[in-house]
Design a protein around this ligand. Structure first.
Ligand code: PMV
Length: 315
């Protein structure tokens, strides 16, 4: 009645931002991400018929409050959907700073969904697991898979799932850690604000549809320049949209690293930035350029180099 699972985080190159009205956490747009090897979550779930509620530990700390409620609500959905009659001990270890725009919820909810089913002896397809992980956190649907991953928005629970588009063996993502502190507003609450701005939401959906198709093509053609410039455009679009709804995630340091990236590019090195719901800047390039570009970034921020991560696994 116990199982331990490992899932990697992913960084979106075409971002998910905004939810449809649904209890199933359906997105308003499809997205594309890269799964990372260096950031991951290991979660063990142990069912116990004597427990009166779930018990949650994250990084060895007993968790209560909003974070606990989010997890236990997710576990309630799993119990209801898969007829599991027990509460569980959940022990989760993050190898990624929480809530700093490094998508710890992606690996956390993917690992939890996997461990919660396996601990009760339930085996499902990766596609089904992806739909389940999505209910916990949208980006978690993509963390079930490795490489470049597509999450189709779909129209209902069954059709909104992720899959690997292509292997990303040659690619690298350099994470520039601007700030490891927890952010002031979580992405879930921040993206709900978009519903108050219908025209902005339409603009976002339209542009994202176009860039999503472009990105798919660019990845299939293995065209770093094109992938990178689409990723930058879409990250800028998302942060413009977020700003218009009254939230700011980027700091002066983030802008400094974005400017630096443009300067490095002028020297002929292909580097491209992207940022999520936090101030950290991630630089997309290929493995073969990492040693050349690293010295520039090391001068301005704490750096972690990641390569492609694999799909979910039992450990
Ligand atoms: O699913 P969440 O709540 O982790 O939201 C993810 C939002 C972004 O990281 C900004 C974009 C994305 O597609 O991962």
């Amino acid at each position: 009645m116990t199982h331990k699972s490992k899932a990697h985080t992913n960084i979106a190159l075409v971002k998910y931002w905004g939810k449809k009205e649904s209890k199933d956490n359906l997105p308003i747009n499809s997205s594309i991400s890269l799964t990372l090897d260096n950031f991951y979550t290991i979660t063990s779930v142990t069912y116990d018929k004597n427990l009166k509620q779930d018990e949650l530990k994250i990084d060895d700390i007993e968790i209560q409050g909003i974070e606990f409620l989010r997890v236990t609500k997710f576990m309630d959905r799993i119990r209801e959907m898969y007829k599991i009659p027990y509460y569980a001990y959940i022990d989760s270890k993050n190898h990624v700073p929480k809530k700093a725009g490094l998508a710890s919820s992606s690996s956390a909810f993917a690992a939890l969904a996997h461990a919660a089913l396996k601990a009760y002896g339930i085996n499902v397809s990766d596609k089904e697991l992806s739909t389940l992980a999505r209910i916990g956190s949208g980006s978690a649907s993509r963390s079930v898979f490795g490489g470049f991953v597509i999450w189709e928005e779909g129209t209902n629970h069954e059709t909104s799932y992720a899959y690997t588009l292509k292997d990303a063996e040659e690619y690298a993502l350099i994470v520039c850690m601007v700030d490891k502190k927890e952010k002031s507003i979580d992405s879930r609450s921040a993206m709900l604000k978009l519903n108050e701005f219908p025209e902005l939401k339409e603009e976002w959906i339209e542009n994202t549809k176009y860039l999503f198709e472009e990105m798919k093509e660019a990845i299939l053609e293995d065209d770093l320049e094109r992938i990178g410039s689409i990723a930058e455009s879409h990250a800028n679009l998302m942060h413009y949209v977020i700003q218009e709804t009254g939230v700011t995630f980027l700091t002066d340091k983030s802008f400094e690293i974005m400017d630096l990236t443009e300067k490095i590019r002028l020297k002929g090195l292909p580097v491209f930035y992207t940022m999520d719901a936090g101030p950290n800047v991630k630089i997309l390039t290929k493995k073969k350029y990492v040693s050349q570009v690293l010295p520039y970034y090391e001068k301005v921020a704490e750096i972690l180099v990641c390569y492609q991560g694999g799909g979910i696994e039992s450990i």
